[in-house]
Design a protein around this ligand. Structure first.
Ligand code: GH3
Ligand code: MG
Ligand code: MG
Length: 570
């Protein structure tokens, strides 16, 4: 992220938490984004901060700058944000939760200013829904607090209280300077209306005792609320002190006059200045109706009530009745709207609960699926291990089945399995192949003289010699007892005989430790048969090799016999 992008991200984060900080970031951004695509957003943050500060002129100027910058860069999202209300009619253009939140929230406030009842709630709840998707807390706190305010003017005090308490706690947790004070002030009025004067007083005290959680000079703006809270606590002088500062610059809709007058009239009543209370209540009502000002029905209703109470106390029954009737009418209107608002809230609650349930169920299903796939994986691994084990076992068994235990050479069974393939290959290639039978000479004597153990070592020595010296492609088998069979592909009987004769010299030289006198000078006899000259299959070749072996033994042992006469034939 570039420096400018980082600054913008920070500005969005504190946008609702601390608009003064957001403005400061906007101004820093302004300096480094001259001519860049982010310039419009710098002005946008300054404009929004000014709207909250209440400086309409500055806000309008900054907003015009933002619009210009967005136009220059043809930034449709930026333009849509500038004309928030229109943006909602440009689906697809603005899709980020933060943008949607701003749009819904602005629509809600616009409708509220227009005196509508259902729309502020509907857009307010939509704003809350989008706010839940924004990864930082400001929008959610704003949405909760606004919804609390909408329900308040409709006399849904219970809902209003819960929403606003939630907003206040979240604002405190997020250290949202600029929202803590607003929520706290609203709570004072809500507690008062809900018949919880001690809680109203407690909240006012908290605000007065904790200026570090508020923006500089913020308490001034809540003077009417603080006075109301102090009245609830019975501190008339302190309440009057705050009222004497005059009507504060309004934070929300309306101009704050009705609330100020209501609290002041209440203060007069509590001091026993009944005529002053009636004068103020009636005067305010008259002035507001003369000027065609729209106030929340709730504020007017409270003023009427005060005027009625004061009139009654002063013995003016006619006037009291008039005020009571008007108060009653306002109350009924409000209650009617309030019922509708409750219904909207209930619908939203239901939808939210349903969505939550669906989310929970999807979550649960996913967890079960995850657990199952994990189990499956474990089972798979176990199965793979078992298969590998079985394969190893099989290989071992197979090796054991074709190997001779004493010498480690292939056994006779393997010879019968493998040799036909070699012969077949030689046949197809029109090549040759030799089969050799070796029989150790006078082996019985070795056993008889030195014992079976020494005989075994002689067998192992010869086996080792054969495997080391013959080619990898030759099959060397222990054919039985002290007899060995060898299949030598691509080798004539003459070549095979030469190899076997040469090997015999080494075999003779092999010394076997056997008591004082090491055993040496062992010999063998061998017979060789050649494919295809001596036979076309293993059996016939073995027969010929055996006959040659017999000849070799007959001729005096320690020699290799093969059909030498074939040399003269071919
Ligand atoms: P020839 O020169 O005629 O072949 O004489 P030979 O003594 O080698 O012949 P013969 O076939 O009579 O004897 C083979 C001997 O080999 C008999 C048997 O005790 C011995 N023998 C067979 N298998 C084993 C074995 O696994 N270990 C030992 N130590 N001796 C064996
Ligand atoms: Mg023998
Ligand atoms: Mg022998």
């Amino acid at each position: 992220m570039s420096d400018a992008e980082t600054l913008l991200e920070q500005a969005w984060r504190v946008f609702y938490l601390d608009h003064l900080k957001a403005e400061q970031l906007g101004r820093e951004l302004l300096r480094i984004t001259e001519g860049s695509a982010l310039h419009g957003y710098a002005w946008f943050h300054i404009a929004f901060a000014q709207i909250r500060v209440g400086d309409a002129k500055l806000a309008a100027e900054a907003s015009a700058h933002a619009r210009n910058a967005f136009s220059r860069n043809n930034d449709l999202r930026g333009l849509a944000l500038c004309s928030e209300v229109q943006a909602i009619e440009l689906p697809g253009l603005v899709r980020e939760p933060i943008d949607l939140f701003i749009n819904h929230n602005s629509l809600a406030s616009t409708h509220k200013l227009l005196g509508h009842v259902d729309e502020p709630l509907m857009y307010g709840y939509r704003a809350l829904e989008e706010a839940e998707r924004v990864p930082w807390p400001g929008p959610r706190i704003v949405a909760l607090s606004n919804l609390g305010a909408y329900h308040f003017v409709l006399c849904n005090f219970e809902r209003s209280r819960l929403l606003t308490e939630n907003a206040f706690a979240s604002a405190l947790e997020a250290q949202a300077r600029g929202l803590i004070g607003a929520c706290g002030a609203n709570l004072i009025e809500i507690y008062h209306a809900s018949g919880m004067p001690s809680k109203a007083a407690e909240k006012a005290r908290w605000l007065l005792d904790n200026p570090q959680h508020l923006l500089p000079g913020e308490l001034e703006r809540y003077s009417s609320y603080l006075a109301l809270g102090l009245l609830c606590g019975g501190d008339l002088d302190a309440a009057q002190g705050w009222l004497d500062r005059g009507v504060p610059v309004s934070m929300g809709s309306g101009d704050g006059v009705a609330l100020w007058a209501m609290v002041q009239a209440l203060c007069f009543m509590m001091r026993g200045a009944t005529s002053k209370a009636r004068e103020l209540a009636e005067g305010t009502l008259r002035e507001r109706s003369d000027r065609g000002l729209t106030d929340a029905a709730y504020d007017l209703m409270r003023l009427r009530e005060l005027a009625a109470n004061a009139s009654e106390k002063l013995g003016d029954a006619t006037n009291a009745l008039l005020h009571f009737r008007e108060s009653r009418r306002l109350y009924e209107t409000t209650v009617g709207q309030s019922a509708r608002a409750s219904q909207i809230a209930l619908e939203v609650d239901f939808k939210t609960a349903q969505a939550q349930r669906e989310r929970d169920m999807a979550q649960e299903a996913k967890q079960v699926a995850d657990a199952n796939s994990q189990r499956l994986e474990v089972l798979n691994r176990a199965l793979e291990a078992k298969v590998a084990e079985a394969e190893q076992l099989q290989t071992r068994l197979r090796e054991q089945a074709v190997r001779d235990a004493l010498t480690g050479l292939y056994n006779r069974r393997y010879l019968y399995e493998a040799a036909p393939g070699y012969i077949e290959l030689a046949h197809r290639r029109r090549g040759m192949l030799s089969v050799v039978l070796i029989d150790i000479d006078h082996f019985k004597r070795v056993n008889d003289t030195y014992g079976y153990h020494v005989g075994d070592v002689v067998l192992q020595n010869l086996a080792q010699l054969l495997t080391q010296r013959l080619r990898k492609s030759d099959i060397v088998c222990r054919f039985g007892g002290e007899e060995f069979a060898i299949v030598m592909p691509e080798v004539s009987s003459a070549q095979a005989s030469a190899v076997i004769e040469a090997l015999m010299k080494d075999f003779e030289r092999t010394r076997v430790p056997a008591g004082d006198q090491p055993l040496a000078g062992q010999t063998y006899s061998a017979g060789v048969a050649e494919f295809p000259a001596d036979g076309s299959g293993l059996e016939s070749l073995l027969r010929v090799a055996d006959r040659q072996l017999y000849h070799a033994k007959q001729a005096g042992r320690a020699r290799v016999a093969w059909a030498r006469d074939r040399l003269h034939d071919s």
